[in-house]
Write a protein that binds this ligand. Sequence first.
Ligand code: ATP
Ligand code: MG
Length: 717
Amino acid sequence: MKVEDILGQLNPEQLEAVLHTEGPLLILAGAGSGKTRVLTYRLAYLIKGKDVPPGRLLAITFTNKAAEEMKNRLAGLVGRISQAMWVSTFHAACMRMLRRDAEKLGLKRNFVVYDEDDQRRLITQLMKDNQIDTKRYPPRAVHSRISVAKNEMLSPEEMTKKARDDFELVTAEVYRKYQERLLRSNAVDFDDIILHTLALFKLYPAILEEYQEKFLYISVDEYQDTNRAQYHWVNQLASKHRNLCVVGDDDQSIYSWRGADLRNLLDFEKDYPDAKVVRLERNYRSTNKILEAAHGVVVKIRGRKEKKLWTEREGGLPVKYFRAYNGMEEAIFVVDEIGKLVADEGYSLKDIAVFYRTNAQSRVFEEIMLRFNIPYKIVGGYRFYERREIRDILAYLKVLVNPEDSVSLRRVINVPRRGIGDTTIGRLEAHSRLYGLSLYETLFRAEEIPHLNAGTVKKIKAFRELLQELREEMLNLPLAELVRKVQERSGYLRELREERSVEAEGRLENLEEFLRVAAEFQSAYPQEGLPEFLEQVSLISDIDLYDEEEGAVTLMTLHNAKGLEFPVVFMVGMDEGVFPHLRSIMERGDEEERRLCYVGLTRAMDRLYLTSAASRQFYGGAERTLESRFIRDIPQECLEVVGGEELKDIAAAREREEAERLARVYRVGDQVRHAIWGEGTVTEVFLTDGGPEVMVEFPHLGAKRLSLAYAPLEKVE
Ligand code: ATP
Ligand code: MG
């Protein structure tokens, strides 16, 4: 494409940014205003208009998918030469640098990257070798603490110095040994990739200088979500030529829980006082109604810098809101609408996306889509029944039904870790082959197997007793309770709870969701038991409708949706506690959730649907929910409530009743106990739109306002 043609596709502000090639540049603008487009076109302009060799350009995107899209776009603008350019995520760019100079850090060039499992295995091993009590210091907890330290760029030595308690001291020690061992194994972990590159720069200034020289122009998309290490990496590289262009939107910062720091973006002008700042205000993506809705949600953030987007896409359909009676009805509504959009409105499946807050929520939608033959794909995650924790629990259940299933037994014999290591398993298997026994039968002969010491035999005994106990329970307990028991008694839940990481939280949510699957099955087929349940699950989990040709509906979490756009978007699970996510608002307030909601809403180009459910199934029964506060923040004129009127009236009446009932239970002066903050006194009771709330005075913390529907609160009699 000719330069004029490239430049002709930009508005005046965008053009200004693209033409400003020399010196630092900050593009600060709202969603869909063309930030990524400017970044891409600017690169094309540098190549075509300024004759910069592509090899001297570096562009950083937030995800691999975004990098892929940018590369394709560039190829369209400047042709094949764009291939010489570095367009990638931070990690991919750092990997490339590390591969080249790995030897300088004592690694071999063919070093391997340890995934989470490898990392944990190594840490557990190290702790055992050093006689560190793994009960007192759970390896998972140690592991996630090490990762946090790495993200804060703390070395083991610094961590030791800063340690505030025993746990951190021990962790720092494990951290040191862990790094040594990684090095000896010619391996790095995920966090190391960027830290090692920084170390390389520090130890070999000549290497840093070489890259500083090479990268004449550096651009970074989604700068609001960079962390400390990434910040240092980019700013060091840019310090020679100072042609650093960053683009971002403070309203879309959604990764602070992973160490991202918004100040990197907001302080850009402090870092580069001569920076040129460009703001973009015209949105090209969405209809006016969608923008107004999104603005209503984000405008409530305190201390936010106001920036409002406009669009020429006046009119447009209002945002449709459907409050279902329960989660199943919600999913059926979505699938039904998708069917209509495709049959009557000319959309194809690939135009449509369904966003949810947590991975576990995908399950109901997957199930209904499978049932109605709607192909779907999950981006940035796994299908529900492919997730590790689900497969582990399924393996336990299969063993209960059929102890001869050695594959399943093998899967869970040491999951969670119970000290039955690979060597022991090897011996058990050899013994079972020798005597033609199943692995399960062999467990009962552990005492006879040579080379198994008394400690190991004891562990095997404990495991077979666990299985026996669960098999007895299988005959007595209702299905959902049995599944719960398996999760509890196997130690699976405990291990995850102790980990206290975001990933573990996601896994716990999936396991919770699996209980719901069992509860649903039970109420649908009260006469059936575990074998029938497993049969049904295996039917669902084996179907794969995905077909590249036909396209598929995209399912993904809100976090993964960043930077993308779709003609039709469904945001599901718009319930208090689900979104905004309960744990997140309890720990950090609702602002990051609000920005996440803004991100989700602004992905939609033409049509936007929001759905919630008045009750959600729980394995102990149905739970009432309140609709998300974000729904109320959307201006009335942008929202069209759809669906059965009666249903809504009934649901609303029930909701009111429930709110009043809860409010009656608590009175001013009552003593209450909060699961985390301890005892306090009720000083006020409110009945708000979001349900009943109380003000509680805690002796050491002061007054806290709490939702009765969600706060872990009980009355002290
Ligand atoms: P986000 O904040 O969500 O990442 P963004 O600011 O990066 O959004 P882009 O994805 O670059 O926005 O652009 C949004 C949409 O608007 C894209 O489809 C893009 O092609 C289109 N667009 C941007 N600028 C123009 C323009 N000047 N003319 C036509 N279309 C444009
Ligand atoms: Mg973008």
